[in-house]
Ligand binder design. Structure first.
Ligand SMILES: Cc1cc2nc3c(=O)[nH]c(=O)nc-3n(C[C@H](O)[C@H](O)[C@H](O)COP(=O)(O)OP(=O)(O)OC[C@H]3O[C@@H](n4cnc5c(N)ncnc54)[C@H](O)[C@@H]3O)c2cc1C
Length: 429
């Protein structure tokens, strides 16, 4: 949202504990598929996910943890998996993403990045899989959202994508999606912020807030203190640390996902979602990026080779010519990203009550690229107008019920004061 605020003439400073765009937004799939976004807790998926407890080779893996926050998260996740809750959440996500593709085109016109327009293909080993998936899209008409898609049989799918093997028996071809290089999008957003007078401070971790009543007046990093009229917390899987400093508990877990590149010949020409294998492949630079898995194992970036092996085992039967031999020789650019996951499967994009001038945007799970620009634009409108856009109502803090609650904000103010004293020559910016 920082670039929308900067475009609107606001004076914006972005603080990032690392280089900008190196969090979960770096090596993800870059699929912009707003018409097929949905909350993870769906009927059928919740049971499947809970059964994966303690099975590291499962595409969705919950590592057993004694942390009460994790147990509470599981409880919330289980409760969110009912049909009507799922459908309401899915409709809200798809409506939020209604302008996503157009917003990416607009950004690209102002600040070019790597983008491919066109189609995505969802493939199934079952001959009826694609028709069933198409039926599930009938809700779009009720929302007055046009979707352009075709159901293909296996031969038609292979003719569209010669990389596909005989295992593919049907496919759903969606038109009007996008594929971007997510890092190049982050770079474009950075250029846009700078070009509109904003400032980016990299390697500055926000560690404390100065609070005056129900307003935050400054943000402290290890290096400096920044005075602020408004503060937006959009720190991905780390956001809950920052909201907790202000006394607001967010039930956030990190959903670790993996990506790597592999030299496939022929290469895919578009996004291919291998639904049954819970992995996906897409062209990336001069290679193929494979993405997948969801692992709830705490906030860590450890790479577990068993999970990469499981992705290869799951995806390789669906393509021809997967390179034989050792993993180490056939794949490169192994990467993990931590998806910010709330138990509802929906993001929170809201004012951080009770603070009148603090906002939060996190929990975008598997759709932070698809919905990133739309979320940012709507939140920028909220911040500058003071009135909550209707599109953001389903993503309010209240949707999390009692699991997101405010209590006394600990030592925030005095911590900030101590920090300021310890900053040699720090200027209040
Ligand atoms: C394998 C994989 C594939 C995916 N594929 C897709 C896809 O195809 N399409 C899609 O829409 N989504 C996809 N996603 C999801 C998407 O990547 C995430 O939803 C999105 O990147 C989340 O963005 P974010 O800005 O909330 O978090 P991040 O990108 O993680 O950014 C958070 C930032 O906050 C900074 N930060 C944290 N704490 C502090 C602090 N205290 N002070 C200052 N800075 C701080 C971090 O350094 C980081 O830069 C995928 C995810 C994975 C893992």
């Amino acid at each position: 949202m920082a670039h929308y605020l900067a475009l609107d003439g606001c004076e914006v400073t972005v603080l990032d504990q690392g280089p900008v765009g190196m969090g979960c937004s770096f090596g993800n799939g870059g699929w912009i598929v707003p018409k097929t976004t949905a909350p993870l807790p769906a009927p059928g998926i919740v049971g499947y996910t809970l059964k994966s407890l303690g099975r590291p080779a499962s595409p969705v893996y919950l590592k057993p943890q004694l942390d009460p926050g994790f147990v509470q998260w599981l409880w919330g996740f289980w409760r969110a998996g009912g049909r009507s809750t799922f459908e309401a959440g899915r409709n809200a996500l798809v409506q939020l993403g209604g302008e996503s593709v157009e917003l990416f085109h607009q950004l690209h016109e102002r600040n070019p990045f790597a983008i491919r327009s066109g189609e995505s293909l969802r493939v199934f080993r079952d001959a009826t899989g694609a028709a069933k998936a198409a039926d599930e899209l009938s809700f779009l008409a009720a929302l007055s959202i046009k979707a352009d898609y075709s159901v293909l049989d296996g031969a038609e799918a292979r003719s569209a994508e010669p990389i596909l093997s005989g295992k593919v028996a049907s496919a759903l071809l969606m038109r009007g999606d996008l594929l971007v290089d997510p890092k190049s999008v982050c770079d474009a957003l950075g250029r846009e912020i700078l070009a509109n007078g904003g400032t980016i401070r990299e390697h500055e971790q926000a560690v404390a807030f100065q609070v005056d009543g129900q307003r935050v007046t400054a943000v402290a990093t290890q290096q400096d203190v920044y005075a602020a009229d408004h503060v937006v917390i959009a720190a991905g899987s780390w956001s809950a640390f920052l909201t907790r400093l202000l006394g607001v508990r967010l039930p956030l877990q990190a959903g670790k996902g993996y990506s790597f590149t592999v030299g496939l010949e022929p290469r895919p020409t578009r996004v291919i979602d291998i639904a049954d294998a819970k992995t996906g492949i897409a062209p990336h630079e001069d290679s193929t990026r494979v993405v997948g898995t969801m692992e709830l194992s705490g906030l860590n970036s450890r790479i577990d080779r068993r999970r990469i092996r499981a992705m290869v085992l799951a995806a390789s039967p669906y393509v021809v010519n997967w390179p034989a031999g050792d993993l180490d020789q056939s794949i490169t650019d192994e990467w993990v990203g931590l998806r910010p996951m709330l138990p509802s499967g929906l993001p929170v994009i809201d004012q951080l009550a009770p603070y009148g001038n603090v906002f939060v945007s996190t929990g975008h799970a598997m759709m932070g690229v698809s919905l990133g620009l739309a979320s940012g634009l709507e939140l920028a409108r909220y911040l500058t107008s003071g009135s909550q856009p209707a599109s953001l109502k389903p993503f309010s803090l209240q949707h999390l019920g009692r699991s997101a609650r405010f209590s006394k904000p600990g030592l925030t103010q005095s911590w900030t004061a101590e920090l300021r004293d310890s900053l040699t020559g720090a200027q209040l910016r």
